[in-house]
Design a protein. Structure first.
Length: 271
């Protein structure tokens, strides 16, 4: 059996969490990632019949029964994942009752999955219905995106439009726009349900005064979605207090979207 520490999905988690910490998006134990894995690939590295322990999830994830995920741990710092993945990450499988996770590897110090796991699982369920290839849910606290929450209306049409105006690539990268939620208590079923509902139409959901959730088919795609929003938010925050001399017009956004053949939210434009 191959060494789990060399598995591509472990390497992806190590590199991505290191990048997110380096960028200042995930202070202390902020941020969490869950990644739906291919069972056959995992079986090359782990004995899938060997369960280390079981952990209640606090949520009925019946649509995900038998699915295997690699997940960041609660209270774990992203900066430590690269050096000690077996303590900071875990590989879990959703059991037949839908409300329990079997730990197959990781959290060797007795830890468990992120407190936001129910929100992640709800979002996975929602995204898989829309796009069966979606495998990654990523939550993080990008600095400028968060700053923008305090000076911009938390209206998803207006918020998306402002982001689209900041970089030529934005309407091409996230043509479906950005969903927005008001401030809500984190770690609850309520915020998980609200996020999952938004995930039915958006791959990106802003948590007001908290951070952002992203969904994608790969780690790179999901990271890239959030990275693009953050770049746009940075430009917004650097220019918001200055007189606007130039902008990307709505007609030009349409030209972009149609040239790159992406399905965009026409209702988010002022045409």
């Amino acid at each position: 059996m191959k060494n789990i520490l060399n598995a591509p999905f472990v390497e992806e988690m190590k590199k991505t969490t290191a990048n997110m910490y380096r960028l200042g998006w995930d202070e202390r134990n902020g941020g969490n990632i869950s990644y739906l894995l291919d069972e056959k690939e995992v079986a090359e590295y782990l004995d899938l019949g060997k369960v280390l322990r079981t952990i209640p999830t606090g949520f009925d994830a019946s649509p995900l029964i038998g699915k295997i995920f690699i997940v960041t741990g609660t209270g774990k710092y992203f900066k430590n994942v690269e050096d000690d993945p077996e303590t900071n990450l875990g590989i879990i499988r959703i059991t037949e009752d839908g409300t329990t996770a079997e730990l197959l590897w990781g959290w060797k110090d007795g830890g468990k999955f992120t407190s936001e796991l129910p929100a992640h699982l709800m979002s996975h369920i929602a995204r898989l219905k829309v796009e069966p290839r979606n495998r990654v849910i990523m939550h993080t606290h990008p600095t400028y995106t968060l700053a923008m929450n305090y000076v911009h209306e938390l209206d998803e049409k207006k918020f998306t439009h402002s982001l689209w105006e900041m970089c030529t690539e934005c309407i091409v990268v996230f043509p479906d726009g950005v969903g927005v939620l008001p401030w809500m208590l984190c770690g609850t079923a309520e915020i998980g349900e609200a996020t999952a509902k938004k995930m039915e139409e958006f791959r990106l959901v802003v948590w007001g005064m908290h951070g952002i959730y992203g969904a994608g088919t790969t780690m790179d795609e999901t990271f890239g979605l959030i990275e693009t929003v953050e770049k746009a938010a940075q430009i917004y925050m650097l220019t918001a207090h200055l007189p606007r001399v130039n902008t990307i017009r709505d007609s030009e956004m349409v030209e972009l979207a149609e040239f790159f053949k992406v399905k965009y939210r026409k209702d988010f434009l002022n045409l």
